[in-house]
Design a protein around this ligand. Sequence first.
Ligand code: TYM
Length: 329
Amino acid sequence: METVLSGIRPTGHLHIGNYFGAVKNFIKLQENYNSYFFIADFHSLTTHPTPKDLHDNVKNVLAEYLACGLDPEKATIYIQSDVPEIPEMYLLFNMNAYIGELERTTTFKEKVRKQPDNVNAGLLTYPVLMATDILIHRAQKVPVGKDQEQNLEMARKFAKRFNHMYGVDLFPEPQAFNFGEQLVKVPGLDGSGKMGKSEGNAIYLIDEPKVIEKKVMRAVTDSGPTQKNQEKPEPIQNLFTLMSIVSDKETYDFFNEKYNNCEIRYGDMKKQLANDIIAFTLPFREKILEIAADHDYLHKVVTMGAEKARASASKTLQEVRKAVGFRKF
Ligand code: TYM
C-alpha cells in the first residue's frame, strides 16, 4: 500500500484555503492509503510564537483536523515535536543541503522580504525539515495546495541526492498529489494572491457566521464590467473562484452570466457567497467546539499518533544511520 503524508503549520486556525487545498482529500486518503497527517510545530517556530500561542494553535489545528473527519484509527495523526527521530534526520539531511539552493527558493526569498528582522537559519533550512517530514515515512504522495510545489521539488532533490551519495535505494521521490487533478490555490478576499494566515485575508472554519459575512462583504471589488464578456480583473476573478469552490454550479453560472451581461451587482453576489460559505462551515464549527473541549480524547489521539509515527520514523532513521556509516562498537 502506498504511503501519503501531509502537514500544516499551527500558526492559527484552519482556513478554507487549507481545507480545499489539502484537508478535504485527507478523508479519502485515510481510507485507501497508509496515511500520516501531522501538525508541523517545529516549522512554526520560525516566526517565534509565544509558548502559549504555540500550544493553543496546536490544539486548535488538532481539533479542526479531527472535525474535518480524520480518524485516528485509520490514519496516523501526530504532532511533529513528539517524534524525536525527525530532528535527528533533519540534522543529517542538512549536511547535504547547499546554502545556494536554499537561498534561491521562492518561499525563502519571500520571507526575507516580509520579515527582514528575523531571517533565521530555520527559515533557510525549512525545505530540509519538510523533506525530512516526508522522507522519514518514505511517503510517495503528498496532498498539498499549489503553494507547496517547490518544497516538494526540493524533497525529491534531497531524496535522490541521498540515494545517490550513499548508493542506496532508500527514498522514493515524493509527488504532490490531488487525485489526478491540478493542485488548488484558493484566493484570498483582499483582491490578490492566495488565502493565507499571514496574509490576514482568510476565512476560518471556526469563524462565526457574522464574521464570515463581514469578511466577504468587505472583499475587494471594482466599479463593474463595462463591456460584455470582458475578462475579469484579479479581485473579481478571485470572488468567482471562491464561488466555484463553495457554491453550486447554478449559482456560479447565474452570477457569471450577470457579469458577462454587465448586470452584476457585487453586493448580491457577496451576500450569496457569504451564505454559501456559512452553510459550508457551520457543521465544522459545531464539531470543532465539541472536540476541542474533549481533552481526554485529544490526549489519546496524539499519544497513539506519536507511537505509530515513531515506529515508522525509527525504521527509516536506522537505515539512514547505517547508510551514512554510524556503526556500533
Ligand atoms: P501551510 O500550513 O501553509 O498549509 C497547510 C496546507 O494547506 C495548503 N494551503 C492552501 N491550499 C490552497 N489554497 C490556499 N490558499 C492554501 N493555503 C494553504 C498548503 O498547500 C498545505 O497543503 N510547509 C507546509 C507544512 C508542512 C508540510 C510538511 C506539508 C511541513 N512539513 C510535509 C506537507 C508535507 C506549510 O507551511 O503548509
